[in-house]
Design a protein around this ligand. Structure first.
Ligand SMILES: CC1=C(CCC(=O)O)c2cc3nc(cc4[nH]c(cc5[nH]c(cc1n2)c(C)c5CCC(=O)O)c(CCC(=O)O)c4C)C(CCC(=O)O)=C3C
Ligand SMILES: [Fe+2]
Length: 421
């Protein structure tokens, strides 16, 4: 087992002798995608017939469609409870907890921003693929809301697609953030097979260790530190936040034959390089810590700690006046960010007189989107048997085909796609 530091404190700068950050060539991508320009219609599956497309138009062989697989969320008050029941089906999450979480959604009119953000990501991937001359369609499938994964794959099959390349909206390695999506895929494929629809799916590797994810987060945090306007390093902290998971889930995260704690380790490594790079760019020495939000489950079950609110109070007691909160565990500003950070943590900060600035998630940042398209192309090249160099920083590239027993389901062994088990 990896030795998970119980003290969340990180300090900068920690020299990285092999800093590859500046060495990898960066592709310039013009123009960010405006999420408001995405109409619901655009997610409809349309065969792409671009009148301008020449015969040299490339695709992504052997894949004939890309699917963005996301968590999903409610978009109206009456969708909130059915959504929460779906999320927690078969788990011992008490009703009070569901009502409590329901309130977070009702505070925002029963609408989570997540589906809109998934549509914006779909459009951004679509546009970046087109910029590279790749005409492969991009679809959306969700775990917990419409368009559901199985329906999206059924529609894909009906359109004639047989090999689908999946990218999830989840960067890290753990049961909740990786294997559970693979189980969703296996279940959907089984259901379709029973209907006589045969499909193959593959998934791009978890991208917490892809350089584009690190570089985008480094730039966003650097900007946050610049903006907050506290030039005394001793009064400022960076607070890196991710979704808490049960300690038992973290202990078993990563390849079955590995050391475990990969979920924590990937966040810890990324938080360190972000602090190092911010320190180098701004010529400062800023400290930070990795903390958690959105804990659920019974109090008797240990989850990763400390909670972001407890940590903010502790910082204030230590004389810290300003915090830059960086939600590196999430890829879009969905409900966990809007409620747990922008509402709850912001309120805690205000109560205790701490100035807090929340950094945006990677969202549809062109550098991040470009990295995801690199990963789609990398996975396709790998499948064609071509030699591929897996870019990784910080840490190691995760395999695109997971090892047996990787990030196990601790409750029931279920079939999972895109792995060797
Ligand atoms: C690691 C991780 C991610 C990041 C990776 C990824 O993105 O997948 C994530 C994302 C999300 N989690 C989300 C929502 C919820 N997660 C829950 C419950 C849980 N999450 C867990 C872990 C994670 N969760 C775990 C171990 C549980 C308890 C057991 C279980 O039930 O699996 C519950 C149940 C109620 C409660 O909080 O107790 C809800 C409503 C939303 C939607 C937000 C929106 O609507 O905008 C998103 C993106
Ligand atoms: Fe969650």
């Amino acid at each position: 087992m990896r030795e998970r530091r119980s003290e969340p404190q990180l300090s900068s700068p920690i020299a990285d002798p092999a800093d590859p950050a500046g060495q990898q060539d960066q592709k310039a991508v013009p123009g960010a995608v405006d999420p408001s320009s995405v109409t619901p219609d655009e997610q409809v599956l349309e065969p792409e017939t671009d009148p301008q497309a020449g015969p040299e138009e490339e695709e992504l062989p052997p894949y004939d469609a890309v699917l963005v697989l996301s968590f999903g969320g409610p978009e109206a008050p009456e969708e909130v409870l059915p959504f929460l029941r779906r999320v927690t089906a078969g788990r011992d999450i008490p009703d009070e907890r569901l009502e409590e979480v329901g309130e977070h959604y009702y505070l925002f009119g029963g609408r989570s921003p997540i589906n809109e953000q998934t549509r914006a990501l779909r459009k951004a991937l679509h546009d970046e693929l087109r910029r590279r001359g790749i005409a492969t369609p991009v679809l959306i499938g969700n775990r917990n809301s419409d368009p559901f994964l199985v329906d999206a794959l059924r529609e894909a099959h009906d359109q004639g697609f047989r090999k689908v390349l999946v990218v999830t909206t989840s960067a890290y390695s753990s049961y909740s953030s990786c294997r559970q999506y693979r189980e969703n895929l296996a279940e959907a494929l089984d259901e379709l097979r029973e209907e006589g629809r045969e499909l193959e799916v593959a998934k791009v590797r978890q991208y917490a260790t892809h350089p584009s994810f690190a570089r985008t987060n480094i730039r966003l945090v650097t900007e946050g530190v610049r903006q907050i306007g506290q030039d005394d390093d001793a009064k400022l902290r960076v607070v890196f936040v991710t979704h808490s998971i049960p300690v038992a889930m973290d202990d078993t995260s990563g390849p079955g034959d590995g050391e475990g704690n990969l979920y924590w380790h990937q966040h810890d490594e990324l938080a360190h390089v972000i602090l190092d790079e911010v320190g180098i760019t701004l010529d400062r020495s800023i400290e930070g810590a990795l903390v958690y939000c959105s804990r659920s489950g019974p109090p008797s079950q240990p989850w990763l700690e400390p909670d972001v609110n407890d940590h903010l109070r502790q910082l204030r007691e230590q004389g810290i006046t300003d915090v830059v909160v960086a939600p590196i565990g999430f890829v879009s500003d969905h409900m966990e960010v809007k409620y747990d950070l922008d509402t709850e943590a912001a309120q805690t900060a205000e109560e205790i007189g701490l100035n807090m600035l929340r950094v945006p998630t990677v969202g549809v940042d062109p550098e991040f989107v470009s990295g995801l398209v690199d990963l789609l192309q990398e996975r396709a090249a790998e499948e064609r048997g071509e030699q591929v160099v897996l870019q990784a920083w910080p840490g190691e590239a995760m395999p695109s085909i997971c090892a047996p027993g990787c990030c196990p389901n601790l409750r029931t062994a279920l079939p999972a796609a895109c792995g060797r088990d």
